[in-house]
Design a protein around this ligand. Structure first.
Ligand SMILES: [Zn+2]
Length: 320
């Protein structure tokens, strides 16, 4: 099964929610994939097609609960698409007009003539619960998501430019970064950032898929961090030289202000070694001593030298 159908399976199993949310979900479905047709005798019809059986089931449920209508359902096997099933739900006549009007697709002008123009009724987006239901409907009708192991990509493929802009507006209200592009006569609204896709899955109520994506992301990050550590080894060399430079400055100050001869023997010894080997690592410096000293011992002695130099600079009241 694809990641997309996992998400759809999950969101179509959610409770249908309050009447306000049911309407918002249907508004999105009708706007994203409702096709209006003219039937014989001046009658109007509308249908929605989906290849995802649970989506068809949920739409039947929503239309019945919100409008008390019972759409006709027809399943066809599409031979040219590898034998996938397709489900078409259709309504005709008054029922179609009632649903289309409530969903903001069908309008009447001043002379009472009907015209079709996808819009979103204000009350459908008034509350956050409804905005989430709206996104759910849009994803059911036109959404898909790539396998996050391969890439982070979630998109809505829409037929109508105007509805695409309205959907972008809703997504942006949730502070999601969306982009819009035209592809083969359709409008594609998509998200590319993992963080934003995670947020959207949460808004859709696809918590299982959200969790899966976050786990995949953590594993990817760990892999990237390992690479970063490897790349950082050369940068660490620069850091060693920086620390060594500070140590040399400290030792020179001590030599200037009090003389290295006045240092205790272990410190005098390491100070000398550092002055003579400015680019040596701590291990290398330790190996130069008689008897050799380990890395932490060398580090400890150098820190004491830096502390002495700091004290001297304060005593003298000048710049370090
Ligand atoms: Zn609501």
């Amino acid at each position: 099964m694809s990641f997309s159908s996992d998400v759809k399976d999950e969101i179509t199993r959610l409770e249908t929610g309050a009447p306000c949310c049911m309407l918002a979900e249907l508004v999105a479905v009708m706007g994203a994939s409702g096709t209006v047709s003219l039937l014989g005798g001046g009658r109007m019809g509308v249908y929605v097609e989906t290849e995802h059986a649970p989506t068809a089931r949920r739409l039947l449920l929503l239309l019945r609960a919100a409008f008390g209508v019972q759409p006709a359902l027809r399943a066809t096997r599409r031979v040219q698409l590898g034998g996938r099933n397709s489900y078409r739900l259709s309504l005709a006549g008054d029922e179609a007009m009632r649903v289309l009007t409530a969903c903001g697709v069908l309008h009447r002008d001043a002379e009472g003539r009907f015209f079709i123009r996808p819009n979103i009724p204000k009350q459908a987006l008034a509350k956050k619960c409804c905005r989430k239901a709206f996104l759910r409907g849009a994803f059911m009708a036109g959404g898909s998501i790539s396998n996050p192991e391969k890439e982070y990509h979630l998109e809505f493929v829409l037929a109508d430019e105007r509805f695409a802009s309205l959907l972008c507006g809703v997504l942006m209200k949730f502070r999601l970064h969306v982009k819009k592009v035209r592809r083969k006569g359709a409008i594609v609204v998509y998200l590319k950032e993992a963080e934003h896709i995670v947020t959207l899955l949460n808004l859709l109520g696809a918590y299982g898929a959200q969790c899966d994506l976050e786990n995949i992301r953590i594993h990817k990050d760990i892999r990237n961090n390992v690479n970063r550590v490897v790349n950082c080894d050369s940068a660490n060399l620069g850091k060693t030289i920086d620390a060594a430079g500070r140590q040399v400055m400290a030792i020179e100050r001590i030599a200037r202000q009090m003389g290295l001869a006045r240092l205790p023997e272990p410190l005098r010894e390491i100070a000398q070694a550092r002055l003579e080997h400015q680019e040596a690592s701590l291990q290398e410096l330790g190996a130069l001593l008689q008897p050799p000293v380990g890395k932490s011992g060398v580090n400890h002695r150098l820190r004491r030298l830096v502390a002495i130099a700091d004290a001297l600079s304060k005593q003298k009241g000048d710049m370090p």
